[in-house]
Design a protein around this ligand. Structure first.
Ligand SMILES: Cc1cc2nc3c(=O)[nH]c(=O)nc-3n(C[C@H](O)[C@H](O)[C@H](O)COP(=O)(O)OP(=O)(O)OC[C@H]3O[C@@H](n4cnc5c(N)ncnc54)[C@H](O)[C@@H]3O)c2cc1C
Ligand code: FES
Ligand code: FES
Length: 502
């Protein structure tokens, strides 16, 4: 086995240093097996249930960024240089203090609210819920923002089992803000994180079992020198190869530390999203220009998966049922691949050449995704059809992007998922639409063309006939939504809060 550098992170105000952690060990394994911290639970081991949720803290623009993530599929070494909180830390971390120095609550508001609202459930699920609540507390209450019902629903989307019901937990999320305030001593924490960063840089070894270079040049050099190393980003796909397929990896190249890949750059003509930008941040950047994407974005996995997973990982993985590719195809996105030999760019739809096959050559990495700015006449919508609303993979995904000028469709781009061996562009349907008046008759004709354009398979998510039917129905829905009628209404958000005893 390759030598790995020490893993260092901050927990309960102290630096934890662990030696000899194999590159493919998960954070949950290290917590439970090496550190004996069994408060963090393993339910599914695949990012679905949320039992293993922990919160990471890292420095971002001079402040601490808090992210709830699934420790079961996150590699332990990926948290090097960060702060970590588990459910066992909230009441005992000396870095978390009451704002009112005269009060000394026994529990953190994330825990107390679950007690007050009768939200706690089995011993497996409750710790994960509490950690998602802690992340929410840091990101909203501590920043002076109220937790709305919508925020509570969205940010608990990665905690699936609610045997005791949804409402008490949503109530708990909103109740946290009414309890005596607790806050993380960020000044001290940032100083500790900064010290760790310097130590990590000094300890960086090119060739070690877990390589996480800070720059693109170093990353490409490491790729060229270690062609057999597994490329890892947020490991929300890769993690399952380890926990479910029991694959072992002696050497891993983590792309998420390279600063060029972590940037979002906005110019007058395009948004450039670095391949290692998390799905949370990538969708946030897109929503600034297409606010209608919020609902679609919030249905991509659950929040802890979006906080780890990257846009580049989704594109490189190239699943035919992946959600970002149909959207990016419809948006007219391009991608950039780079190696020590140089760079090349292409439209995203040209990247895929077969089932899970793409044009990445030896030594190449995906570095960025470029999305052109919206045109003035653009109408964009993205739909995801899955069995469950939250945290589920699409049976069909469809993204439509039409320019309609004076009632005429002047440009059309349509991306589809779940209908072919690769994410696909519906060129035939686009051809039917372009140059014709936008009308119900045209939408119906285009829907029929779309149904005939692909030959979807039947699998456990949906039958071929159902997928075809849905394609036609989605085109009709697009017509209805963009001709003055609304076809969708949110359901969960209408659940009313319960009175909480004080
Ligand atoms: C519970 C759960 C729910 C999910 N729900 C959805 C969903 O709703 N929709 C959806 O589309 N996906 C979903 N996924 C899949 C996954 O979250 C996404 O595919 C995610 O974007 C992968 O990104 P990552 O950073 O985690 O990639 P990783 O797992 O780290 O890597 C994925 C693949 O891409 C390669 N790779 C990563 N970065 C690069 C790079 N820069 N250059 C070259 N190759 C690279 C890796 O080698 C690997 O082959 C879900 C996963 C889980 C566990
Ligand atoms: S154990 Fe289920 S999400 Fe990690
Ligand atoms: S299994 Fe834990 S609450 Fe449902």
């Amino acid at each position: 086995m390759s030598h790995t550098r020490p893993l260092r992170f901050v927990r309960r105000g102290k630096t934890v240093t662990l030696e000899g952690i194999a590159p493919d060990r998960t954070l949950l394994e290290v917590l439970r097996e090496d550190l004996g911290c069994t408060g963090t639970k393993e339910g599914c081991g695949e990012g679905d249930c949320g039992a293993c949720t922990v919160v990471l803290g890292s420095e971002r623009d001079g402040a601490v960024q808090y992210q709830a993530i699934n420790s079961c599929i996150r590699l332990a070494h990926s948290i090097d240089g960060m702060a970590l909180w588990t459910s066992e830390d909230l009441a005992s971390d000396p870095m978390i203090r009451p704002v009112d120095r005269h009060s000394s609550p026994d529990l953190h508001p994330a825990q107390q609210a679950m007690v007050d609202c009768h939200g706690s459930q089995c011993g497996f699920c409750t710790p994960g819920f509490v950690m998602s609540l802690f992340g929410m507390y840091q990101n909203h209450v501590c920043k002076g923002a109220a937790i709305t019902r919508e925020v509570a629903v969205e940010e608990l989307s990665g905690n699936l089992c609610r045997c005791t019901g949804y409402r008490p937990i949503l109530d708990a999320a909103q109740h946290m803000g009414t309890l005596p305030r607790m806050q993380v001593d960020e000044r001290n924490l940032l100083a500790q994180l900064s010290a760790l960063k310097h130590a990590a840089h000094a300890a960086a070894e090119p060739g070690s079992g877990y390589m996480a270079p800070d720059t693109l040049d170093e990353l490409l050099a490491a790729r060229a020198a270690h062609p057999d190393a597994l490329i890892a980003a947020g490991t929300t796909d890769v993690g399952l190869w380890i926990t479910k397929m029991h694959r072992q990896y002696a050497q891993i190249l983590d792309v998420t530390r390279a600063r060029e890949l972590r940037k979002v750059e906005v110019s007058a003509t395009r948004i450039r999203i670095g391949a290692a930008v998390t799905l949370t941040d990538a969708f946030h950047a897109l929503e600034q220009h297409w606010p209608q994407l919020h609902r679609f974005a919030s249905r991509f996995a659950g929040m802890p998966v979006r906080n780890s997973g990257t846009l580049g990982g989704n594109v490189a993985n190239g699943s035919p049922i992946g959600d970002s590719m149909p959207l990016l195809i419809a948006l007219g996105a391009g991608i950039t691949l780079a190696s020590t030999r140089g760079e090349r760019s292409m439209p995203i739809e040209d990247f895929y050449v077969g089932y899970r096959k793409n044009l990445l050559a030896q030594g190449e990495l995906l570095t960025a995704i470029d999305v052109p700015m919206p045109s003035p006449h653009q109408t964009l919508a993205a739909y995801k059809i899955s069995k469950r609303f939250d945290d589920d993979i699409s049976a069909v995904c469809l993204a439509l992007n039409l320019d309609i000028e004076n009632g005429i469709v002047t440009r059309a781009r349509i991306g589809a998922g779940g209908v072919a061996a690769t994410p696909a562009r519906a060129r035939g349907t686009e051809a039917v639409l372009i140059g014709r008046p936008w009308s119900e008759a045209l939408a119906t004709e285009a829907g029929k063309t779309l149904q005939a354009e692909f030959n979807p398979i039947s699998d456990m998510r949906a039958s071929s006939a159902y997928r075809r039917e849905v394609l036609g129905a989605l085109l009709r829905r697009f017509w209805l939504e963009h001709s003055g009628e609304t076809a969708v209404r949110p359901a969960l958000h209408t659940l009313q809060p319960m009175e909480v005893p004080t």
